[in-house]
Design a protein around this ligand. Sequence first.
Ligand code: SF4
Ligand code: SF4
Length: 110
Amino acid sequence: MTSSDELRKRREQEAVRIRTSLNRLRGEQRASLKGGETAVAFVEERLCIGCDQCTIVCDDDAIEMYKVDMVSPLIHVESNQKAKILRADCTGCRLCVLACPTDAITMIDR
Ligand code: SF4
Ligand code: SF4
């Protein structure tokens, strides 16, 4: 029978394996993205769920949230929020693209 110590060790090894593979994936994804002075982030409003993750990672304060009315046939929600890129402040670092859980942000030519 597996002891709790062995189980804990296996969990730790698995966590390291997952973290390593995610980091590799992010590195590959980042390398394939446009970035730098000639690029700027763009948010596709339809895909944005207003989770605020992008504003947390943006060191340049280049993202602001704005309120929109949310339409749902199931529940009444007065408003939701969406992200908007402030183009002049965006440095093209691509962090927000990697942070967005819904792939709502892409890098486009400036
Ligand atoms: S690309 Fe970088 S600077 Fe531009 S909005 Fe995203 S996180 Fe901010
Ligand atoms: S991380 Fe993506 S989904 Fe979340 S607020 Fe920013 S753009 Fe919208």
